[in-house]
Design a protein around this ligand. Structure first.
Ligand code: FAD
Length: 525
């Protein structure tokens, strides 16, 4: 039950507690809890809510060990419980150890510093202050290991990687990386201190923090990371071969039971390139499958389709059969005075006339960069994102390409056409609803071609952040902030201990990645 003043919603990566759920949640829980008791009328709480959301996002993957929650003491139904927990000022932060008793009313955090980094470090300390037997089951040891414990592992085979974070005593990076990998199988993370000279002697390391990696086959070497930052280490460890998010490995097992294995041969590909085969397959699917659900194209729908075809005809970055097809289709659509076109007529045009004029679109789906490790994963939605990223970048590279098309008058024409296409035709209705919400929130603020590129990039990351670990997350291509530090080290920085993007470098990277010169024609017809 919430009024208009609610500061947190179900979409936020935290738990919203109330009078009936607080005690059952924090009592005898397998994880520790950090609860912010706030009041939705307190100005400071309103200002602070963005920081708390950023914190919750930052430590989302720690939740099995320590979870983040809020409780609104301004809601009438919560008056009693806030009194019982002695909340006098807002916000008040209270933490509850794992397995705490019903009598435990939580411990107040009195620190003045409430920035993300400080609260995150508080969370690490809360976990570490559990007595050994009471620590949350899913929380691995956070104390440093010694040379005597670690050196015997060198050269041993194992069914997983072992990553040793070597750092100064006061550093939190090792413990944060341990917790970042909590949800992932296939790698164990341990920490060791720079004061452990016998260890340093053998590992031969000089700069800290850094990671030393023991491979399953017994080989071992320092892990190369462009920057000695938590985000880089965690991201690199998560992308090691065989390392998987636990929930998605369960999802993929049930999925495999339902679907059987894919019969298609695996196509090797390079994640730093964009494959024209994916772009062609997206158009193939769009024209032959997605549109087929609409027996008759008429009125506003027809206009949306025409605009989409025009956009692709003008901005598809490589000449040849696809552009020919789209140009022919566009001319044909514009020449018809009709308000209604049967889908079958479009299909006939695509299938037959095109072959004669040499405008040809591959008649099968060939996913390359968009291959899923089993049917039902990746494929079309992946290729549609890819197509629109390519179009935003091409619009930026060829500013006059849309002149005379009727689309040039719109601010952010690529985004607007995409928005209308998704809303009208995209088969995943839930996706369409989310995308429409995001577009309604701030797409009208996009006026430059650079912002068009960045808006789509940002929106794409928002979607995938929400989907990480869900059923649609392919364990072989797990959803993660993109581009990864491995693809673009210069895109990532840290500010006050929190990961931040360098937008100028992201823009430069996107221009290159989705630019015409980075398109790989391999596997294409
Ligand atoms: P995708 O997210 O499809 O990414 C494809 C490729 O694009 C990646 O392999 C990578 O090379 C690159 N990439 C990744 N992130 C970025 C980025 N930020 N900027 C530029 N390039 C990037 N699914 C849902 O379950 N719920 C939804 O609400 C939902 N909404 C969607 C909205 C739209 C408009 C679209 C096109 C798809 C939506 N989907 C949604 C599908 C979902 O986003 C994925 O496309 C799908 O799960 C396949 O994921 P993927 O792992 O192949 O990667």
């Amino acid at each position: 039950a919430g009024g208009s003043g609610r500061l947190y919603s179900e979409e936020d990566p935290l738990v919203i507690l109330g009078s009936s759920s607080l005690k059952p949640t924090v009592t005898n829980s397998s994880s520790a809890w950090l609860v912010q008791f706030y009041s939705s009328w307190c100005g400071h709480c309103i200002q602070y809510s963005n920081t708390w959301k950023a914190l919750a996002q930052d430590v989302k993957d720690w939740h099995e060990a320590i979870a983040v929650a809020v409780l609104d003491c301004a809601q009438e139904e919560n008056f009693e419980v806030c009194k019982e927990f002695s909340i006098k000022f807002y916000p008040t932060f209270k933490f509850f150890a794992a397995h705490s008793s019903a009598a435990d009313k939580g411990t107040i955090y009195r620190g003045a510093d409430r920035e993300v980094r400080s609260v995150r470090q508080l969370m690490v300390n809360i976990l570490q202050n559990h007595i050994r037997t009471d620590r949350p089951q899913s929380c691995p040891p956070l104390e440093p290991y010694s040379a005597a414990q670690l050196l015997p592992l060198l050269g041993q085979r194992s069914d997983h990687y072992t990553a040793i974070v070597v750092e100064e005593a006061g550093s939190f990076v090792g413990r944060e990386v341990i917790l970042d990998l909590l949800q992932f199988s296939g790698v164990e993370v341990r920490r060791a201190l720079t004061s452990d000279l016998p260890l340093l002697d053998v590992l031969n390391m000089a700069a800290f923090p850094s990671v030393y990696l023991l491979h399953p086959n017994g080989s071992h070497a320092p892990l190369h990371s462009e920057k000695p930052l938590r985000f880089f280490f965690s991201s690199l460890l998560r992308s090691l071969p065989g390392v998987q998010r636990r929930s998605s490995s369960e999802a993929s097992q049930t999925g495999a039971l339902q679907d059987g294995r894919t019969s298609e041969p695996w196509r090797d590909f390079d994640r730093s390139q964009v494959y024209t085969a994916d772009l062609e397959s997206s158009l193939h699917y769009l024209l032959r499958v997605e549109l087929a659900a609409h027996g008759m194209l008429e009125g506003a729908e027809l206009k949306v389709f025409k605009d989409f075809v025009t956009l692709v005809a003008k901005l598809y970055p490589v000449g040849g059969s696809v552009v020919k097809l789209m140009e022919t289709l566009s001319d044909w659509l514009l020449s018809l005075p009709l308000q209604q076109i049967p889908y079958q007529a479009v299909l006939d045009l695509v299938d037959n006339k095109m072959k004669i004029s040499g405008a040809f679109l591959g008649a099968e789906l060939r996913w390359v960069g968009c291959q899923g490790s089993r049917p039902g994963l990746r494929g079309y939605p992946c290729s549609l994102w890819t197509l629109f990223h390519v179009l935003t970048v091409q619009h930026d590279a060829t500013p006059t390409a849309l002149d005379g098309s009727g689309l040039e008058g719109e601010a952010a024409p690529v985004l607007q056409v995409m928005r209308r296409y998704i809303r009208t035709f995209f088969g995943c209705k839930e996706c369409g609803r989310h995308f429409e919400q995001a577009a309604a929130a701030n797409m009208d603020q996009v006026t430059s071609r650079e912002d068009e590129i960045l808006w789509l990039w940002n929106q794409h990351n928002r979607v995938n952040t929400r989907l990480a670990g869900s059923l649609s997350d392919d364990p072989v291509s797990p959803k993660a902030p993109w581009p990864s530090p491995a693809l673009c080290p210069a895109c990532h920085e840290e500010s006050n201990g929190v990961h931040v993007w360098n937008h100028a470098n992201v823009l430069a990277f996107l221009r290159h990645h989705y630019g015409a010169s980075n398109l790989n024609p391999r596997y294409s017809l």
